[in-house]
Write a protein that binds this ligand. Structure first.
Ligand code: SF4
Ligand code: SF4
Length: 473
């Protein structure tokens, strides 16, 4: 039975019968490519290096999900910092919106790890081992999946996938923990081992099989382009006014109206997402500038001006002036400044420790002692975010009627960690009014932190106290 054939346009990565169309782009080593390569290698070094870097004795970046603690640039965000993280998250989102409004999909073409690793590591390796882009195409056409170069390629891809997966996991557990796991048998840490194996497999499948489809169908950022770009945004585009009507160079002599596009297909052959830039702005275009480099080479060879495919905007292509200042380039930066300013203010004004007071654990709110006194339990949880270890004291301010028993004081808490201590507060039963009395709890680190909070002790009411007194007398 033959597969039905699509009548209209299909995804660039599919044939019209729905089978996979493998894209093996022909590289174009132009000026844009050289600049992108420099950026890509710097980003690769950064990606591999960040988990090993430290600032103020803290990891530069550590996203500790189980403990819900995020360390970014030496600053630790605890679960109580939800507002701070929300402000940071919205700021990043607004920055991306602004960047896209001004420079289009510059992130996709220049900075995204998918593009960087695919175009500057995995594809070059493929071309090296399979006899160039044409060699890869030939192997595809022959259905030769056991070519020695292709097998070596898969083996190297597996090693690279393991390196990437381990680096990725280091962002979540830290390099010391990762190294510890690597020295142990998988039986000693089965869950992390499974996570690492699955991540390696996903990375391997992504760069081996899924490839450009990540950008075309899976990435949400790619889908947002229809709303994030406007006619003034910077895009990589073909200039139809200059290029059309297309024709081979020899046609130009016979037909005076032939445009600069010689229909050589170089821009299509080089496109890593398999599209034709001459069809206009498309969601599949990741603005990688490969087509611009390819076309510039052709134009130079023909002694024509370069830039038939270039960075431009839809406004410029239709003969209008480009508008840098427009509603979205005013609203996005203002909103960004507002949220990022609020984030910086909250970050620089947050206390050096988070203190939480918690009541009695158990069925009764207080305990009666044989000598007629009452014991209340108070738990104090301290999260240290000062950047170094601290010793904390907990006292009851201005109330000589309360005796504090706390053998764990002073409490030492290392930076980025939290600890909880129990205090037993003993007071005379006669001091309670309507079954309660207010005290002031003070937590002090001897330097910057002085935390004061009113706390309600629970005890017997006057009537209960009188009844107890009668019983014992
Ligand atoms: S059309 Fe050009 S810029 Fe867009 S993805 Fe293809 S090669 Fe890159
Ligand atoms: S590379 Fe340039 S000249 Fe060749 S087909 Fe593409 S746009 Fe036309």
């Amino acid at each position: 039975m033959t597969a039905p054939v699509a009548s209209g346009r299909v995804l660039a990565t599919l044939n019209s019968d729905g089978s996979r169309r493998w894209i093996r782009p022909k590289p174009s080593y132009g000026a844009h490519w050289r600049q992108r390569r420099a950026v890509a290698y710097a980003l690769i070094a950064l990606y591999l290096g960040i988990p090993h870097l430290r600032l103020n004795g803290m990891p530069l970046m550590l996203l500790d999900l189980p403990r819900r603690e995020f360390t970014l640039f030496g600053t630790t965000f605890l679960p109580t910092d939800t507002l701070l993280l929300m402000l940071l998250g919205v700021s990043i989102l607004l920055f991306i919106f602004l960047l896209t409004a001004l420079f289009g999909r510059v992130w996709c073409g220049w900075g995204c790890p998918q593009t960087v690793w695919m175009e500057f590591v995995f594809r070059p390796l493929e071309r090296l081992l399979e006899g160039g882009w044409a060699g890869s195409r030939q192997l595809d056409a022959q259905g030769n999946h056991f070519h020695v170069g292709r097998i070596i390629k898969y083996a190297l891809y597996a090693v690279l996938a393991a390196v990437l997966a381990n680096t990725f996991i280091a962002y979540f557990v830290g390099t010391a923990q990762l190294a510890h796991w690597m020295r142990q048998s998988p039986y000693d840490h089965p869950t992390p081992f499974v996570v690492m194996a699955v991540t390696t497999l996903l990375v391997f499948l992504d760069f081996t099989w899924f490839r450009e489809q990540t950008c075309l169908v899976a990435c949400p950022y790619g889908r947002w382009q229809s709303v994030l770009l406007d006619k003034s945004s910077l895009i990589v585009a073909y200039d139809p006014t200059r290029g059309e009507p297309r024709g081979k160079p020899k046609d130009a002599t016979a037909n005076a109206h032939t445009g600069d596009c010689v229909d050589c297909n170089a821009c299509v052959l080089t496109c890593p997402t398999g599209i034709d830039i001459r069809d206009g702005l498309q969601m599949e275009c990741i603005h990688c500038t490969q087509c611009a480099d390819a076309c510039n080479t052709v134009m130079t060879r023909l002694d024509r001006p370069t830039g038939l495919v270039r960075y431009t905007s839809r406004e410029i292509l239709t003969g209008q002036a480009r508008h840098i200042v427009r509603p979205r380039t005013i609203i996005y930066p203002l909103a960004f400044l507002l949220f990022f300013g609020a984030f910086l203010y909250a970050l620089t004004h947050r206390p050096t420790a988070d203190v939480t007071l918690l009541g009695e654990v158990g069925e009764t709110p207080f305990t009666r002692n044989a000598d007629g006194t009452v014991t209340d339990q108070l738990r104090v949880k301290i999260a240290n975010r000062s950047g170094r270890p601290h010793q904390y004291t907990v006292t009851i301010s201005g109330d000589p009627g309360v005796k504090v028993i706390a053998p764990e004081l002073p409490l030492t808490v290392i930076n980025g960690q939290n600890a909880t201590i129990s205090l037993f507060l003993i007071s005379s039963a006669s001091l309670f009014t309507h079954g309660e009395r207010l005290i002031t709890v003070v937590v002090d680190d001897g330097e910057h932190l002085r935390f004061e909070r009113t706390w309600r002790l629970v005890g017997p009411s006057e009537r209960e106290h009188a009844r107890e007194k009668e019983k014992t007398s």
